[in-house]
Design a protein around this ligand. Sequence first.
Ligand code: MG
Length: 357
Amino acid sequence: MSKIQALRTLRIGERPNLLWVELETEDGLTGLGETFRGAEAVEAVLHEQVAPWLVGRDARQIEAVSRHLAQPYLGFNSTGAEMRAASAVDIALWDLAGQRQGVPIHEALGGRVRGTVPVYNTCAGYAMKIWPFDGFAAGGGQTISLADLKAGLEPFQRIRKAVGDRIEVMCELHSLWGQHAATRICRALEDYDVFWAEDPIAKMDDAQALADLRRQTRVPICGSETLGGLRAFRELLAADALDVVMLDLSWCGGLTIGRKVAAFAEAYAKPLAPHDCTGPVVLTAGLHLAAHAPTAIYQEVVRASLSTWYGDLVTELPLIHKGQAQAPSAPGLGTRLHPQLRQRDDLHVRLSGTPRR
Ligand SMILES: [Mg+2]
């Protein structure tokens, strides 16, 4: 038994959406998890609903914990506060599992199939993702005018003119568009050989609408970081609504759900691309999954975050060279919260259970 004795949440005023979870076990280990958005709401779920059930349980029983926390009576099959709490706990449990076994998480998952993972930047590098249409969705996104369409295409024209076909370009649509406008945008993007159009419609759990869009355009459709739970991914894949499977481990249910989504992607012969824009722990967890998952093609990175504030939060960041991130080699996640984080004036810590310190 590796009994969980304490659950600690940490957040900082400077980054109000970020929330970390530390699970301490009686055998002296600390597992780290993270989630993003509505940090105080998730913190409340963790201390009011999760901790009373979780503290005292065996940290080795990750699947059983996931079955309980990621399928709550309310908040299931979503990326709501319950699922975000479950996701952070699950990442921490996998961190503990790796540390206990003395292996990186990708090895605990079954081993890596690649030693490095290609990364793309949200916004420059060997592959880049941009969102020039977002500003035109202010009216609700049901329609897009020809003038706005032309303006949104300009960056793609400039990129192709500047670098030709030497980089891949993705178009992020941030779930801002209705079916008609999304179809119009995707069709217009066909001339620029975009690698994918991401989250084209609102909401991305609408398998029928997405499948209909996909039939009307040659642009590959990517989705979606906004989905939680296995069933949402199953329904999109079964409806032939996706070309590329995107997930966010701090929203979908953690690595336990994430690795099953990766298995779906493999079974449906679709590439997998974990999301970042969340935080450094999710980025690291995504890299472990991308090293392990057979059909993973990319890990998203945000160079602007990676080269600045991510480094203030954790002790280790992924090593990236020439567009490739190295699979982490230290036990567990291979990163911890930075000691300086605990000294910050804007740090909010809340505790359930009995900590070691
Ligand atoms: Mg996205």
